[in-house]
Design a protein around this ligand. Structure first.
Ligand code: DX5
Ligand code: ZN
Length: 217
């Protein structure tokens, strides 16, 4: 199980130290939540802060950018330039954004391409893209804010995706994000998740290394 602490929950006054603290505590990836105040009702940070985080951590650190923005196609080149290893875009922008082209452009630039779905979004909407993605992110909260409660009803989507991956002989990873800590991790693992995003339960834990260790079990 890969554990990806969300930098959204870190102390923004000292973001470099916080990134290093997460890595030292055993983080596999760092998850960067990008919010534009339009796709979600919050504003976090953009490509310049992502680039600063890139420069703050060892070159082999895997940076996972979750774009909660209306125009991921328009901003994609800036996140690629910022050195993101994985860029995930929301399936809810289908129609407004050419998702096939955006996923392909991400991969053509040498990054991994991810597709995200919100709790209310039917998992079947991901079907046309499954052969074109490296990761599917199943949101377990309505995105926009850290510190919300886990929605167990989304676990059935993870089951569905795992079945599709097997029957179609695909290789994408399944990630979950929102309200996840040591208490929720076993549910996610049993459903078939490969990677857990965790904000509050890592950065705000008394002992981050122990929290990560418990989630990985
Ligand atoms: C929600 C974000 C999540 C969030 C996770 O909009 O995509 O990554 O920061 O935070 P916790 O783990 O506190 O729910
Ligand atoms: Zn996220």
């Amino acid at each position: 199980m890969l554990i990806a602490p969300s930098m959204l929950a870190c102390d923004f006054r000292r973001i470099e130290e916080e990134a290093k603290r997460a890595l030292k505590a055993g983080a596999d990836w760092l998850h960067l939540d990008v919010m534009d105040g339009a796709f979600v009702d919050n504003i976090s940070f953009g490509p310049d802060v992502c680039a600063a985080i890139r420069k703050s951590v060892p070159d082999d650190t895997f940076l996972d950018a979750h774009l909660m923005i209306n125009a991921p196609d328009h901003y994609l080149p800036r996140f690629l330039k910022a050195g993101m290893n994985l860029i995930s875009i929301h399936v809810e922008r289908e129609g407004a954004v050419d998702l096939h082209a955006t996923l392909a452009a991400t991969r053509a630039a040498g990054a991994k391409a991810g597709l995200v779905l919100n709790p209310a979004t039917p998992v079947q909407l991901t079907l046309p893209y499954l052969a074109e993605v490296d990761l599917v992110l199943v949101m377990s909260v309505v995105p926009g804010f850290g510190g919300q409660s886990f929605m167990p009803e989304v676990l059935q989507k993870v089951h569905f995706l795992r079945e599709q991956r097997t029957t179609q002989s695909l290789r994408f990873l399944i990630q979950m994000d929102g309200g996840i800590g040591p208490a929720q991790a076993p549910l996610c693992r049993n459903a078939g998740a490969d990677c857990l995003v965790a904000g509050s339960s890592t950065f705000r834990a008394a002992d981050m290394a122990e929290a990560i260790r418990q989630m990985r079990m």
